[in-house]
Design a protein around this ligand. Structure first.
Ligand SMILES: Cc1ncc(COP(=O)(O)O)c(C=O)c1O
Length: 374
């Protein structure tokens, strides 16, 4: 059997990883400024993470959600505390799309409505409703098409107000910092406006924190910069540092009913051990403050470099917009300097490194970029 060829691949096979570095099968070392697509939050193969997963594997790896799983309770308590939403409730699943799918569904169960507001350049995943709320017609199959999604311009308060006046809105879904869309930060006043309109119309505010969450912005959820709470936070990527674990954090006003949501794999013993190990390290090593410090340093340094059109983002979620003639930058950083970065259309380099990246490692990237910009 052949692989179903959906990914344009770099001709590199990674066989070893540690901290912010990975190595290929020829022994070449690479600096990982991409975090394996924002997934590596605590660094590759962190010893505490490896130990906790190994220990758990020797005890029990999986049993179904039909029995008590005390690790889920432990995770909910810790996540509530670290995220500053102790009165929220946790539902566990396995991917970012699944988290958003459940959030949109739960919102609709809650208020009985169908219409969802999403934004231009949004990315929420590839399953049915998540992809319908994603602003990319190329990945929406005919079967996913629905007129329940209303796309509005990002950060446009007047358009938002009008949409609420003209439709019965179930929920608004928004990334605090758009990732795939090119690192666009939702303004604080826009998030506050979403909060007040959702309150006024009994709609549900869904904060997609799959990429921008879990401490990456320097706050646990990047939406927290606005000073208002969402009703549901969705999370995945950094939550398990590579182990597929995701979740939604749900405000107390939304009450559960048996069987309204469910999953086979979500919240299994091994997934909870991975997620707990990540939170333990985020807390012990003060990684949110490190994300702020190294992120601010990177942004400040990047703003002094020539040719760059714009630097956007917060903490360790940074977009570097380059002019058209530098469209080979990502490739050059990878093959000439052995540094992984991400990209977004039309010509944005995305930095999504581990939250414990050091200033010295950031300097290696800055030096390589300077060489390319010279
Ligand atoms: C903001 C956002 N939401 C949802 C998703 C989908 O997550 P997953 O690929 O785990 O389904 C992504 C993935 O890139 C994302 O960036």
């Amino acid at each position: 059997m052949k692989l179903f060829d959906v990914y344009p691949l770099n001709d590199i096979a990674i066989v070893k990883a540690q901290g912010s570095y990975v190595w290929d099968d020829k022994g070449q070392q690479y600096l990982d400024m991409y975090g394996g697509h924002a997934v590596i939050s605590i660094g590759h193969t962190h010893p505490h993470y490896v130990q906790r997963l190994e220990d758990q594997l020797h005890k029990v790896g999986f049993y179904s959600n039909s029995i008590k799983i005390p690790l889920q309770v432990e995770l909910a308590e810790k996540l509530g505390r670290v995220s500053g939403k102790e009165d929220y409730q946790l539902f566990l699943c396995s991917s970012g799309a699944e988290a958003n799918e459940n959030a949109l569904k739960l919102a609709s169960f809650y208020n009985g409505r169908k219409k969802v507001i999403a934004f231009k350049k949004a990315f929420h995943g590839r399953t049915s409703l998540a992809v319908a709320a994603t602003d990319n017609p190329n990945i929406v199959a005919p079967v996913n098409q629905t007129d329940n999604i209303i796309f509005l311009p990002f950060n446009d308060e007047a358009a938002l107000q009008e949409a609420f006046q003209q439709n019965e809105i179930s929920s608004v879904i928004i990334e605090g910092i758009q990732g795939v869309g090119g690192i666009n930060v939702a303004s604080e006043s826009f998030l506050q406006k979403i909060r007040s309109l959702c309150d006024e119309y009994n709609a549900v505010f869904i904060a997609d924190s799959v990429q921008c969450g879990y401490g990456r912005s320097g706050k646990f959820y990047s939406h927290d910069f606005s000073g208002v709470n969402a009703d549901i936070y969705t999370m995945a990527k950094g939550m398990g540092n590579g182990f597929p674990v995701a979740g939604i954090s749900i405000a107390p006003k939304i009450q559960p009913k048996h069987f309204m949501l469910g999953t086979t794999f979500g919240g299994n013993h091994l997934a909870c051990a991975a997620a707990l190990a990540v939170l333990e390290i985020i807390e012990q090593d003060d990684l949110m403050n490190n994300a702020t410090a190294v992120g601010n340093y990177l942004i400040e340094q990047l703003n002094q470099l020539p040719k760059i059109k714009e630097v956007r983002g917060r903490g360790l979620m940074i977009g570097i917009e380059l002019p058209e003639e530098l469209k080979e930058m990502k490739k050059n950083l990878l093959f000439k300097h052995h540094i992984f970065t991400g990209e977004a259309k039309p010509n944005v380099i995305r930095l999504l490194p581990a939250l414990n990246i050091t200033k010295a490692e950031a300097d290696i990237f800055l030096q390589a970029l300077k060489t390319e910009l010279a």
